[in-house]
Design a protein around this ligand. Structure first.
Ligand SMILES: Nc1ncnc2c1ncn2[C@@H]1O[C@H](COP(=O)(O)OP(=O)(O)OP(=O)(O)O)[C@@H](O)[C@H]1O
Ligand SMILES: [Zn+2]
Length: 627
């Protein structure tokens, strides 16, 4: 289905022209508009057109517009555009930055499994005072510093199996072009003016603060450092002009800000009165020059948010807003931490409205990974090294633990003991052992070959029903971004498989021979089918682990790469398939005492554990092959 959107008002409104006849009721027109347009593009709210307007225009949509110079066709094939924050390169990545990116990657992978065209954008935010200071402290030029840290992000994303489509750096020249064009548009809308400003500035947040949000001694609650009193002659963005439009967007679009409890927070910021904010810095050199005044640079947030748009420009095209947005803007989802919600839920929509661009469909502000109750962050330095975790435990364990343990939206504290317990119990035991035991029995009793022509010929009906129900549950949770609950549902499939194995006890049926033996061989097929379904349903979260499962089930890597969610349907295993050699797909993590590992690093401890026996008091962790 498609419709026409005609751009009429350069500010905030557009008119929808619907093919419904003029005699259709307002209710049916409303339903039509909702179904066809809302949530597909960015028609965030609408109201019946004032009767004096053009006869074919049905509704006036507030707060969203298309800037593409006229009519725009809407097609169902819009891509799913998903973004992480562009991380600030004042310091290398840490587990907090990894958390958002892992979650975004799982969402992107799930959407790809559904067959959607996905554009998964991540990148680095590289301008501003903090960066210049960090570069000076490390004895490098700002761009050298940015190159190093940006590269560190890319390396980490590789280690964590992050399959992004676009990595945007705000120092890219194409980005700079787009920021300048955007600035010019906002200026042309009459939303930029020059004024003096005096206030309290947190360099950590790169933001002027309201006194009422600060702790004692004007300390920033996030960075625990006193803010500096500053006075500057700056360019301002007229945010206050968008008060009403923002209120309407928030009121009419309950899904725009997620989780829903964050909407109240945003609504109360807006209700308390929006103040214009400064979008340039006279005292900062490391930034994009203001197009109309080379003595000032554009405020780092005004610049960075535009990275979501500039990331869409194609290398072979001239970097213009028009080209960039024609790749499918608006974003379907900005996944961010709650620390930067105000920028994404208030500043960014207002900026987009001013420039006549569509608003993102959803902004999801997740919670914090904390250490001793404080947000882990680069500025506080209380971070956890994701690289270390990956080296010790592998990317699947890291991805699984944080997505399973910290429900997207909530805060969560890290504990190594809990990490080990969870990944051992879920990945090594429930899933890994189930596959390993089953393949072992298949090898011993069936020559590693499935004895049936198709899985349906072997199916265990009650188990099949349970699995089908849990697959539906997992899908619903993925769709609602409840990643922890999605993991839980998939684990339940594993539990059901283990229960079936224990109840049927195929090892003893094989001993009986005859029909019992044949029933046992069918049971093995059924269990392997359960594990195959787990591999599809958990692929967004633990892609490497799931590809190892697929390869043990006799599929090629290419076959795994081509899977879609529809393959969670019961019956996918090929009859008469010969299974690969059973090797543990997930190395169980063992806690061994340091007296056993002689103080060596945990991985090394596996190899040397038998030789070194010096007594030492503290426990250590080692990785061991699952038995
Ligand atoms: N402790 C954390 N828990 C969850 N996500 C985090 C955490 N720290 C950072 N992030 C992610 O990184 C984003 C902020 O990126 P940024 O580069 O500013 O990192 P930061 O470590 O918070 O920096 P700083 O400590 O200097 O403020 C957050 O919105 C969130 O997506
Ligand atoms: Zn701060």
């Amino acid at each position: 289905m498609s419709g026409r959107v005609i751009f009429c008002n350069p500010q905030n409104s557009l008119w929808l022209f619907s093919p419904l006849s003029s005699s259709s009721s307002i209710k049916s027109k409303t339903t039509y508009i909702k179904n066809v347009f809302l949530n597909r593009r960015n028609l965030l709210s609408f109201s019946p057109k004032p009767s004096s307007s053009s006869s074919s225009a049905l509704f006036c949509c507030c707060s969203s517009s298309s800037s593409d110079g006229g009519a725009q066709s809407i097609t169902p094939a819009d891509p799913f555009i998903l973004t992480t924050p562009l991380y600030y390169v004042n310091a290398p990545p840490h587990m907090g930055s990894a958390y958002t990116t892992i979650a975004a990657d799982a969402i992107a992978r799930f959407q790809r499994l559904l067959g959607k065209k996905v554009i998964f954008i991540t990148g680095t935010d590289e301008h501003g005072e903090k960066i210049a200071t960090a570069a000076a402290a490390s004895g490098s030029t700002p761009i050298e510093h940015c190159n190093n840290i940006s590269q560190a992000y890319k390396f980490l994303w590789k280690d964590l199996d992050i399959a992004y489509d676009k990595f945007i750096r705000t120092t890219d020249s194409s980005h700079e072009e787009i920021v300048k064009e955007f600035y010019a548009r906002v200026l042309a809308s009459g939303d930029i003016y020059r004024a003096d400003y005096e206030g309290l500035y947190c360099v950590g947040c790169e933001e002027y603060k309201d006194e009422k949000e600060l702790l004692e001694n004007s300390c920033c609650p996030m960075h625990l450092k006193p803010c500096e009193a500053r006075k500057e002659d700056n360019y301002f963005f007229a945010l206050s002009k968008y008060q009403k439009s923002l209120e309407e967007v928030l009121a009419h679009n309950p899904d725009f800000i997620q989780p829903s409890y964050r909407l109240n927070e945003v609504q109360s910021w807006v209700k308390s009165g929006l103040r214009d904010f400064s979008i340039s810095r006279a005292s900062v050199d490391w930034g994009i020059p203001v197009p109309t005044d080379e003595k000032q640079t554009i405020y780092v947030w005004f610049d960075a948010l535009l990275g979501y748009v500039s990331a869409l420009s194609q290398e072979e095209e001239k970097p213009t807003l028009q080209h960039a947005i024609s790749s499918g803007w608006p974003a379907s989802l900005h996944l961010i931490g709650k620390d930067i919600l105000r920028f994404h839920a208030v500043y960014w929509p207002a900026m987009l409205m001013s420039a006549g661009l569509s608003l993102p469909k959803m902004v999801f502000g997740h919670g914090f990974l904390t250490k001793d109750g404080m947000k882990m962050g680069k500025s506080l330095g209380n971070t956890l090294e994701p690289k270390d975790l990956v080296l010790r435990f592998g990317s699947d364990a890291v991805r699984y633990f944080f997505l399973r343990e910290v429900e997207l939206g909530n805060d969560g504290d890290y504990s190594e003991e809990r990490f080990i317990n969870i990944v051992n119990a879920h990945l090594a035991n429930t899933i890994g052992n189930l596959l390993n035991r089953t393949l072992g029995l298949l090898k011993k009793n069936c020559n590693s070959t499935l004895i049936v022509d198709s899985v349906t010929a072997a199916e265990g009906s009650a188990l099949k029903d349970t699995v089908e129900k849990l697959v539906r549950t997992a899908k619903d949770h993925y769709e609602n971004l409840s990643l922890s609950l999605a993991c839980e549902a998939v684990l339940e499939i594993g539990n059901a498989g283990n229960l079936y194995m224990d109840e049927r006890a195929p090892w003893s049926l094989f001993k009986k021979g005859g029909d019992a033996s044949e029933a046992a061989a069918k049971d093995l097929v059924v269990i392997l089918e359960v594990v195959r379904i787990i591999a599809v349903a958990l692929a967004p979260v633990t892609p490497s682990l799931c590809s190892r499962i697929y390869s043990q089930l006799g599929y090629s890597n290419d076959q795994f790469e081509a899977i879609t969610w529809s393959e969670t349907r019961w019956g996918g295993l090929k009859g008469r398939q010969v299974m690969a050699q059973a090797i543990p797909i997930f190395a169980r993590i063992e806690i061994i005492k340091e007296e056993e590992n002689g103080g060596e690093t945990p991985k090394k401890a596996v190899k040397d554990k038998k030789q070194k026996q010096k007594p030492k008091p503290k426990p250590q962790v080692a990785v061991e092959a699952q038995g």
